[in-house]
Design a protein. Structure first.
Length: 205
C-alpha cells in the first residue's frame, strides 16, 4: 500500500530553472537582461542574435549582472536567444518596427543633409529658432524619452518573472510526501522486526 502511495505522490517530471531574456531598444543600442525564474542573474550566458530569417548576426556573453548590450548593425527584426547551460533557454523577439524607428531617429539628421528641401518663406510674426533644426529637436526628445523609459522597461522585465507554477508546487509537495512515506515504511519495518525478535525470545520457566 505504501509503495502505491509513493508511486502516485512522488515528484513529477524534473523542472529546472527556466531561463528568461528580456530586450529593449535604447537609441542605437539593444539592451538585454537574463535571469532564471527564481530571479537569479544568468552569468556568462551565451546570447545569440538572429534576424527573422534565422541568419546569425552576432553573439556574446552576459556579464555578472546578467546583462548584454550591442549596437543595431542591421535594419531588421531580431530574435535574441539565451543559452544558459544545462538545457536552459530563453528567447525574445524585437519586431522590425522598433528597429526601423531607431534607424529613422539615428539617420534623420544625415538624410536631411543629403536631401535638398525648399524652405518656406518666413512668415510674419514667427519666432526664429537659431541653430536648431527639427531633426535635432526630434532626436533630443527621443533621447530624453529613452532615458526616462529605461527604468520603466527594467521594471517590466522584473514583473515578467513568474513565480513557481502550480505544477512545481505540487511536485514539491509530492516529493515531501514521498519522503514521509519512505520514512514511515522503514519505521514500520523496524517496529515489526523488533516485535518479531521479541516474540521469538524463549520464555524462562
Amino acid at each position: 500500500m505504501i509503495f502505491v502511495c509513493l508511486f502516485f505522490v512522488g515528484p513529477g517530471p524534473a523542472s529546472g530553472h527556466k531561463a528568461m531574456i528580456f530586450a529593449w531598444v535604447d537609441g542605437d543600442t539593444v539592451h538585454t537582461e537574463s535571469k532564471f525564474s527564481g530571479g537569479k542573474r544568468v552569468k556568462v550566458g551565451e546570447v545569440i542574435v538572429y534576424d527573422l530569417d534565422g541568419n546569425e548576426l552576432l553573439k556574446g556573453k552576459t556579464n555578472d549582472k546578467g546583462e548584454f548590450s550591442f549596437k543595431v548593425l542591421k535594419k531588421t527584426g531580431m530574435k535574441i536567444v539565451l543559452l544558459a547551460g544545462m538545457g536552459h533557454r530563453g528567447e525574445w523577439t524585437i519586431p522590425l518596427e522598433e528597429i526601423q524607428a531607431v534607424a529613422v531617429g539615428q539617420t534623420g539628421a544625415a538624410l536631411s543633409e543629403e536631401t535638398t528641401v525648399e524652405k518656406p518663406e518666413k512668415q510674419p510674426g514667427s519666432v526664429p529658432v537659431s541653430g536648431i533644426s527639427t531633426d535635432e529637436i526630434q532626436m533630443a526628445v527621443e533621447k530624453a524619452l529613452d532615458n526616462k523609459l529605461k527604468p520603466v522597461m527594467k521594471m517590466l522585465a522584473e514583473s515578467r518573472e513568474p513565480g513557481p507554477s502550480v505544477t512545481e508546487i505540487l511536485g514539491g509537495v509530492g516529493y515531501i510526501l514521498g519522503l514521509m512515506g519512505v520514512a514511515a515504511y522503514f519505521n514500520y519495518r523496524r517496529k515489526a522486526a523488533c516485535a518479531e525478535h521479541k516474540n521469538s525470545e524463549p520464555t524462562g520457566g
